[in-house]
Ligand binder design. Sequence first.
Ligand SMILES: [Zn+2]
Length: 267
Amino acid sequence: MRGTALLSILAIWWLVPTAESHELVKPPKALRVLIITGDHGHAWRETTPFLKDLLTKAGHQVDVTETPRKDLTAENLAKYDVLVLNYRNTPKGAKENPESVWSEENKQAFAQAVRNGKGLVVYHHASAAFVGDSDWDREFEKIIAGGWRRQGYHGKMHVFVVTVRKEHPITRGIKEFTHGRDELYQNSVIPPGVEILATAYSDKNKDPKNTGLHEPMIWVGHYGKGRVYHNVLGHDVEAMKSSRQFQILFIRGVEWAATGEAYYPAD
Ligand SMILES: [Zn+2]
């Protein structure tokens, strides 16, 4: 009898949601995030504050560098748990903001930080940050777990459905969602060993240039000891605002790259 009563109490305790279950589940500590930007070819001055705000509201401590030439040093990178790349090297950007250009030392400090276990988040066209043929360009492709390289492209912007393909701390509780008007990247380099977490169907009816294939939107990989979250969604702020699931996946991607776990709850 007592056993049954105890079981009933346990069952009720389990089934009745507590106040906490609807609140933000906080990671063990606020993660220290560095957004690297200052050049992109995209509207980095608009997307950076949006990303900063998103991560700050999720409980994290976010710094931004618009001068990677000054700030991508081993000493400075050591202060952070995770690096978010909202950057692409362009001739125009280099002219406007010479401090955005990565020196050889910056490149080595960045690579070494990730190799030694620093988390890395690659956001949208940062997938094409360095696409030449130098040793660095080829190493960069390995660091960011593939991506745009030179063969990547997209058709006309449109609304599309994103489908989760793998259970992972990042995708917990999310199966499929409609994402607002955005670029659908296609033909990305996906190296062996990478896990594809979400795809979107590249519909030829939307644009004849499209592949007619399910294209990777979010994937994870490793570079040395570093965890890498690669997300190609989010051309502009409007696209990032268009789906709450994009935002949840992004916050969790940052958390997972930093810690190997994801804490942010699904709505
Ligand atoms: Zn874009």
